[in-house]
Design a binder for this molecule. Structure first.
Ligand SMILES: [Zn+2]
Ligand SMILES: [Zn+2]
Ligand SMILES: [Zn+2]
Length: 348
């Protein structure tokens, strides 16, 4: 992600709602992918100083609930920003603790949407495109009186993707629960943003691979996805991964089924390209690293990941990137990049 600045010169985080140095109100402008300080122009209208003074409104989730910091260009009639228009179900805010979980979820969702938009991948909701759009449902187990999921009874909510709808169990935003699940599932890394990246990988498989010329090359590298999905997952959960999974897969879970391998590689590709871009923008890597060839960028990444891990070990923190990229995995990541580049041409 690039580095954002307030007009006063202060570096500001993507999640900021005000500048810590000059106190200005901040908002993110999704139409130009920029953070901007904002001058009030009356009636929830704001002049964006980083966008030649153009007028925006705060997203309703910003002005009312303080869980968003994105703006709506004045020309758009919508109350919500383009990222919040992807929400089909949000947590029940009458329940204590849910607002905090929702805020954590929204922060990661906006990073994902920024990332997809900055890669010029199309992001449309299911109201605009019912057959091919993307939406989110943030659900909880045993939701009591939650009207939206009254039919789900006592079943626990599975984080997953189906026909453009990405469901996130809001417990994944609870640090204690997520770490408990990570240990229980014997995973090297389990993050909220990682869930978003993985699930949107399944969504883009439907958009960019299924019924496209990419299906054959994807099958060749990732395997035949027509093998029974539920049986494959059951076998994985009963027997665990093959002992030599490290040589062929980026994670143990990727070995469960070709669809999971694709989603894991997609998520890794987003994680790697985002972190490389951040490193270039903050001066840890040369600024032209993003223009290098795929192989050179992977080399830079392996070196950078090692250094980030070393820094974290000095601070007694877990390795942020506890993975090894083998030749077969790098081949898959290269194909993901080609398909993402091609996806810019995608017509809905
Ligand atoms: Zn400032
Ligand atoms: Zn919003
Ligand atoms: Zn998956």
């Amino acid at each position: 992600m690039k580095q954002f600045r307030c007009s006063c010169g202060n570096t500001v985080y993507f999640e900021n709602t005000y500048c810590g140095q000059c106190g200005a109100t901040l908002g993110f402008l999704p139409d130009v992918l920029e953070m901007s300080d904002l001058a009030p122009a009356g009636d929830n209208r704001w002049r964006a100083l980083n966008a030649r003074g153009r007028i925006y409104r705060q997203c309703l989730n910003y002005s009312r609930d303080q869980v968003c910091n994105w703006m709506v260009p004045e020309v758009e009639p919508d109350a919500f920003c383009m990222a919040c228009r992807l929400n089909e179900v949000i947590p029940n805010l009458d329940k204590p603790g849910n607002r905090e979980l929702w805020l954590s979820i929204e922060r990661r969702k906006r990073r994902l949407v920024y990332d997809l938009r900055s890669k010029r991948l199309p992001v449309y909701n299911r109201i605009q495109y019912p057959q091919t759009g993307l939406s989110f449902a943030f659900l909880e187990d045993n939701p009591d009186s939650h009207e939206f999921v009254a039919s789900s009874g006592d079943q626990s909510v599975m984080t997953g993707h189906s026909n453009g709808l990405i469901t996130i169990n809001i417990l994944e935003a609870d640090d204690v629960e997520r770490e408990r699940m990570r240990v229980q599932m014997n995973e090297a890394q389990r993050t909220l943003l990682g869930h978003f990246r993985h699930e949107v990988g399944h969504y883009f498989w439907d958009r960019l691979v299924k019924e496209t010329p990419w299906l054959a090359p994807v099958r060749e590298l990732f395997g035949d996805e027509q093998q029974d999905y539920s049986q494959a997952l059951e076998a994985y959960y009963n027997n665990g991964p093959a002992p030599d999974w490290h040589q062929h897969y980026v994670s143990a879970y990727a070995s469960a089924h070709p669809w999971e391998d694709w989603a894991e590689c997609w998520a890794h590709y987003l994680q790697i390209s985002d972190t490389l871009e951040t490193a270039a923008h903050i001066g840890m890597l040369r600024s032209d690293v993003v223009d290098l060839s795929f192989d050179e960028r992977i080399d830079r990444w392996i070196n950078l990941a090692l250094r980030i891990n070393l820094l974290n070990r000095s601070m007694d923190q877990p390795d942020p990137y506890p993975f090894v990229l083998t030749g077969p995995v790098i081949k898959k990541l290269r194909l993901v990049e080609k398909i993402i580049t091609d996806g810019r041409k995608l017509v809905f």
